[in-house]
Design a protein around this ligand. Structure first.
Ligand code: T3D
Length: 257
């Protein structure tokens, strides 16, 4: 079905794997389009309640394919037509998305990981703001997400110096949810994804929507967003189940509805 990625569902989780291992899963325009389609597919499928994005082989993603960048191309257009729709599809997907960072995440590959809601890093993973090494600026939401995750000063340091950040350093910086051993990596990601997939999906989607909006809003706007979100969540089957299970002193069984 796809040329540059693979898409499969395992239980309630959709796994999207960037699949150009000989190029360390570098992005091409085809890959941008396929990522948007895969994210849309995950959004449409009611049985999917969590999404994992990972890389085939030893890397997560090495950013733009430098061997296929057309000479003289307008990079602004490449971003507007390729990267930006992918990031918008990811952020707009009202389901939890986990970057399972199996290896190096460089340039726009790092941006992709930053745009996800959670990052689980293998001890083999690393993060590189590689843009500067080829005379470019961070893109694909990198300038938005990075300072929000690590603070302005650290983000400047990483973006300008472009030094490699190890998985252990990424954990110290708060860049990742957790770092796990290579042997346990897949199992840890599966367990984390399954945990999320069994939670109240609608409420998670609303948290994601309004937490993103909160960055551009003042307190009064956020108070109103919370009221709107709580109205929707309050009418959900999962809220009813949460209340009943509390009163009946049992574990809740959420359906995502
Ligand atoms: O251009 C636009 O459209 C604007 C948008 C830009 C967005 C961006 O993402 S700009 C940043 C682009 N990415 C980079 O600059 C990273 C380039 N890659 C590297 O710096 C290194 O490969 C890594 C640090 C990621 C990994 O290093 P290492 O030593 O583990 O692996 P390697 O030997 O460098 O790479 C292995 C192979 O993958 C190698 O091919 P070969 O020699 O075995 O045939 C290498 O050429 C290939 N590869 C790695 N990254 C890319 C790539 N091929 C094409 N594009 C790549 N980005």
């Amino acid at each position: 079905m796809f040329e540059t990625i693979s898409y499969e569902t395992r239980g309630k989780t959709a796994w999207i794997t960037l699949n150009r291992p000989d190029k360390l899963n570098a992005f091409t325009s085809v890959m941008h389009k396929e990522m948007v389609s895969a994210l849309k597919e995950a959004g449409k499928d009611d049985n999917v309640r969590a999404v994992v994005i990972t890389g085939a082989g030893r890397a997560f993603c090495s950013g733009q394919d430098l061997s296929s960048s057309p000479q003289g191309a307008d990079y602004g257009d490449i971003l507007r037509k390729g990267y930006n729709p992918m990031v918008q599809a990811l952020v707009g997907l009202e389901k939890p998305v986990i970057a399972a960072v199996n290896g190096v995440a460089a340039g726009a590959g790092m941006s992709l990981a930053l745009a996800c809601d959670f990052r689980i890093a293998s001890e083999k993973a690393s993060f590189i703001e590689a843009f500067i090494h080829v005379g470019l600026v961070p893109d694909s939401g990198n300038l938005y997400f990075l300072p929000r995750l690590v603070g302005h000063a650290k983000a400047m340091e990483l973006a300008v110096l472009g030094d490699k950040v190890s998985a252990a350093q990424a954990a110290e910086l708060g860049l990742v949810t957790k770092t796990v051993s290579e042997e346990d990596f897949v199992m840890e990601v599966e367990t984390f994804a399954e945990k999320l997939a069994n939670m109240p999906t609608k409420a998670i989607g609303l948290i994601k929507r309004y937490m993103n909006k909160s960055w551009e809003s003042d307190l009064n706007e956020v108070l109103e967003y919370e009221a709107q979100a709580q109205k929707i969540a309050g009418e959900s089957a999962d809220h009813k189940e949460g209340l009943m299970s509390f009163l009946e002193k049992r574990k809740p069984s959420f359906t995502g509805k």
